[in-house]
Design a protein around this ligand. Structure first.
Ligand code: ADP
Length: 462
């Protein structure tokens, strides 16, 4: 089931409510119908008693029914119920109403049965027009005659229809009101969950200190929020411990690496070394350099992660900084036969020059490393829309489109076999990106294969 919980709850609630309304309506209709017919039966009963009484007193205490036209039944209000006095053969002896009805309400067979059992019985009959009547038949005491009283059920049926109509009208209306109320209630009940979801969604590795809001009270939702927060506490502790470990380990590795490099340098300065030993030592020295770079990069990233790295911003001329970096990398550029130039006007930005130098060195080093002999690298400064920017442009092999989304990931390298010779570790661009973003800027990349790559660091306006 892919429907949201809110909708599922609503559907469940509405189905239950609809079933309850249906059962309630049926119950009410059955009850009202039974009540209406019980009322008719009671009226018939008292009517029959009235008739019996009237007949009994018509001839000074004796029961007498010869004079049909001077009907004793006329004395009884004819609008309430039709009444007939039937002979044992089923013939009409007397009838209420202004005109005498000679057609018996009930057939002779029923009359015979009433005489035989002597018990009152209720029947429902329809007349020639189809109108329904409720009929009570009772034997007149101490005679072989039968009193039949009947009453139309039309009024009861109309009342019942009104009740059914009311039920049909009020049922869907109640359902509609209940669905609106249910929708609002479920929204309200689940609102804390929606809030918790959106906040929990925003808690990433870089915002581990955030917690989801705990709703007031001690219900399931607040218990869920507390559990989530406890889980985040544990996660934060674990991540902090991991970062600490990386930071401490990189910090601790720096000194032995520095010692190793010095020892290699001292050994290499010996004039008596055989050429094979010089070759091995130089290779080991290069590897030690590489390891020192990786360790330095790891330490910088760990400090970024811990939030312990503080930028010391000063107004800096980006063009001057670019020139310094290009100068510092001139030996590498010469060795790689790559020409590196600076272009653009002086542009001032509020940055930490030390960290920005690290970022720019990474970009220029990459451009020189990956472009290959004979290519050109340019460091450009600009201030489009007042936003200071630094671009490093090369005409090297470019970066494949599918690799572009990953190049700022830690330890990501486009093609490890191609990059093996460059001695990189996949941390340079990750650090550069962190440094630029720490300044409130962004690092963009455009690349074509073949054609070249342009990295642009854009900083916020002063
Ligand atoms: P590395 O230590 O491997 O240089 P980076 O994070 O600096 O790590 O770069 C990630 C990957 O991006 C590199 O392995 C390389 O393949 C690719 N790359 C970076 N800069 C360039 C560039 N100017 N030209 C082509 N590829 C590049």
């Amino acid at each position: 089931m892919t429907l949201p919980l809110k909708t599922r709850l609503m559907l469940l609630y509405l189905t239950t409510f609809a079933l309850i309304i249906c059962a309630w309506s049926v119950f009410v209709v059955v009850l009202v119908r039974a009540d209406l017919y019980a009322g008719i039966d009671r009226a018939l009963d008292s009517r029959a008693s009235q008739v019996a009484l009237a007949l009994g007193t018509s001839a000074k205490g004796e029961v007498e029914f010869q004079n049909i036209t001077g009907s004793t039944l006329v004395g009884v209000a004819p609008t309430e119920a039709t009444a007939q006095l039937l002979s044992s053969g089923g013939a009409v002896l007397e009838s209420s109403g202004e005109t005498m009805s000679l057609k018996p309400i009930l057939p002779p067979s029923d009359v015979a049965q009433a005489l035989q059992t002597g018990k009152a019985s209720f029947h429902t009959v329809a007349d020639s027009t189809g109108e329904k009547f409720r009929v009570l038949m009772v034997r007149l005491p101490q005679t072989d005659r039968v009193i039949v009283v009947g009453m139309t059920t039309e009024n009861a049926a109309a009342s019942l229809q009104r009740v059914i109509f009311m039920m049909l009208l009020s049922g869907p209306l109640a359902l509609l009101l209940a669905s609106v109320a249910g929708w609002m209630l479920s929204r309200r009940a689940l609102a804390p969950v929606a809030r918790m979801t959106s906040i929990a969604d925003g808690i990433g590795i870089e915002a581990l200190g955030e917690r989801v809001p705990v709703p007031v009270g001690h219900d399931e939702i607040s218990a869920l929020a507390r559990t989530l927060n406890r889980m985040l506490d544990r996660l934060e502790t674990g991540v902090r411990a991991k970062r600490r470990l990386v930071a401490d380990a990189s910090h601790e590795l720096q000194t032995p690496l520095a010692v190793m490099r010095t020892e290699f340098d001292v050994s290499l300065s010996s004039p008596t070394l055989p050429p094979e030993a010089v070759e091995v030592l130089e290779s080991a020295r290069e590897e030690a350099d590489r390891m020192a770079r990786i360790v330095r990069n790891l330490l910088t990233l760990a400090r970024f992660d811990e939030g312990t790295l503080r930028l010391l911003r000063t107004p800096t001329d980006l063009r001057e900084l670019a020139a310094e970096v290009v100068e510092s990398l001139s030996v590498l550029a010469q060795e790689s036969s790559v020409s590196v130039t600076v272009s653009g006007d002086p542009v001032e930005a509020s940055v930490d020059p030390e960290y920005l130098r690290v970022a720019l060195v990474n970009l220029v080093e990459n451009a020189v490393k990956y472009s290959g002999a004979g290519s050109t690298v340019t460091v450009e400064t600009a201030a489009a829309d007042g936003e200071p920017s630094l671009s490093v442009v090369d005409d090297g092999p470019g970066i494949p489109e599918e690799a572009l989304p990953h190049i700022f990931d830690r330890f990501y390298r486009v093609d490890s076999s191609r990059n093996q010779a460059s001695g990189g570790s996949g941390l340079g661009l990750a650090i550069t990106c962190e440094i630029v973003e720490a300044h409130g800027g962004r690092l963009d990349v455009e690349s074509r294969v073949p054609g070249g790559t342009r990295f642009t660091a854009v900083f916020p306006r002063a």
